[in-house]
Design a binder for this molecule. Structure first.
Ligand SMILES: [Zn+2]
Length: 476
């Protein structure tokens, strides 16, 4: 399973390289050795390999890159009380649940969310963990890195943080925020322990104060300084809702984008989740800085947050990627679904703002790599790390859709996992099989989720389940 032998992908039905020339072709080959793509082209290759994959029924793409997630939220998907709540209500209620998070919960939810991503073709993911309840210990980011390493996925965890509690005018409860010193200390420890900036690096850290309404200006300043001095990336939520805009105008006298810009955050090494409520000047500024954007269409629809102006951001020069966002507002970690939703949501705008299937796929591959500051993934070209996804088109959902095999992945709803997923030259999904004890993981995940709901209910009296479901689960 973890052997890095040579791989020959032979005679694919269709290849989208996402390279500089946007080459697409049918037939030919992709040859992988020592974790890297050695050659790719429409001509057949007669060369021995440790593993030969017959791809005659498959579309081959670079592995997808997911740039924004809160993996811990897979423990609290689909909570009845929050199904119809907009962002601020949704957050305030979830804080009561999330304060029950444990290290075991972080580890298990990371396994679950990352496996889900991999099953939809993701080879690189970021995560934004910003909640550090006192009882959960101090090794939460470590726990999710452990999960990513076990699965073999390329991982960009961010050291999330909240420092502005309710008593100081913030949204989160005081006991869920940390001091700037504590955040800084843990960030330094994590960077030292895990950050690997070398080519092909499997773990890279970034700094991620959570949002304008949960973070002090001082933390924004400190993070920008530390990132610049240590060549790290910066990440945060930006311009997600009108509530946030109102909060920033009232509290800081600035719009959210002005606020982050005032701390020197609008840079090519920063990336911003959502970025919906931006005016023309802000779009131009993010664009000329070549800042990164995580477009999260499913979450934006789920919370009624709005439609991001993606076409304008692309036109302005911003780097745009796609992201599933946390599982309490999506509620799936399915990248193909996200790509499809990005296209469909854009169709609610005027015709000049529509996204094509290829534009969305580009965002999900090359766009994501650029946003995460990587030039070694996101394309199928010689010298790139071998992160490759193969989706066969033999399912009933593709019957009649082969006139454009690539767009078939976007316009139809796939009913099964990716067939093959290669990460850094190693098969992580083979014949649709993740080779992981999913059954035990699901059982454990459900138990931990149920424990959180029960503890929160006992403490607050707030029922986070449908009452009949709670009674049934309590007897299991
Ligand atoms: Zn988010």
């Amino acid at each position: 399973m973890t052997k890095r032998g040579s791989i020959l992908i032979q005679q694919p039905l269709y290849v989208a390289t996402m390279d500089e020339d946007q080459r697409e072709f049918g037939g030919g080959h992709i040859f992988i050795e020592e974790g890297m793509i050695q050659s790719v082209g429409p001509e057949p290759l007669d060369r021995p390999a440790d593993t030969v994959v017959d791809a005659s029924n498959a579309v081959v793409l670079p592995g997808f890159v997911n740039t924004h997630h809160h993996l811990f939220q897979t423990l609290t998907r689909n909570i009845p009380k929050m199904q119809e709540a907009p962002l601020f209500d949704w957050l305030t209620n979830h804080y009561e649940l999330w304060r029950e998070l444990t290290e075991e919960g972080v580890y298990t939810s990371a396994l679950t969310g990352l496996l889900e991503l991999m099953k939809s073709g993701v080879s690189t993911s970021s995560d934004h963990l910003y909640l550090f309840p006192a009882q959960a210990g101090t090794r939460l980011i470590d726990a999710e890195i452990r999960a990513a390493q076990e699965l073999g996925i390329r991982f960009h965890p961010t050291r999330g943080s909240m420092s502005l509690g309710k008593s100081k005018g913030g949204l989160p409860p005081d006991d869920l925020v940390q001091t700037e010193d504590k955040i800084q200390e843990d960030t330094e420890r994590l960077v030292k322990a895990y950050h690997d900036p070398s080519p092909g690096g499997m773990v890279r850290l970034a700094l991620a104060p959570c949002s304008p309404f949960s973070v002090t200006p001082e933390l924004m300043r400190l993070s920008a300084k530390y990132a610049q001095e240590n060549l790290l990336q910066l990440h945060t939520h930006l311009a997600e809702t009108i509530d946030e805009e109102q909060f920033c105008l009232t509290t800081f006298g600035q719009r959210p984008a002005e606020y982050v810009e005032s701390f020197g955050w609008v840079k090519e090494y920063s990336w911003f989740a959502h970025s919906i409520h931006l005016n023309d000047i802000e779009i131009a500024s993010l664009g000329s800085a070549e800042a990164g954007i995580s477009h999260c269409p499913s979450s934006n629809m789920r919370l009624g947050s709005g439609i991001a102006r993606i076409k304008e951001l692309l036109h302005a020069g911003a780097k745009v990627s796609l992201a599933v966002d946390g599982s309490a507002s999506n509620d799936s970690s399915n990248m193909l679904a996200e790509i499809r939703n990005a296209v469909l949501l854009s169709r609610l705008r005027d015709g000049s703002k529509w996204l094509t299937a290829r534009e969305a796929l580009h965002m999900a591959t090359t766009g994501g790599a650029e946003v995460l500051g990587r030039d070694d993934i996101g394309r199928l070209a010689p010298g790139m790390r071998a992160d490759v996804a193969l989706f066969s088109l033999d399912g009933i959902e593709y019957a009649g859709a082969r006139s454009d095999p690539l767009a078939a992945l976007v316009f139809t709803v796939r009913m099964k996992p990716v067939d093959f997923l290669i990460i850094d030259g190693i098969f992580r999904v083979q014949q649709g099989d993740v080779r992981f004890d999913e059954e035990s993981l699901i059982r454990k995940h459900n138990r931990l989720s149920q424990d959180m709901l029960e503890r929160a209910y006992d403490r607050t009296g707030i029922d986070f389940s449908m009452p009949s479901a709670r009674d049934k689960l309590a007897t299991e």
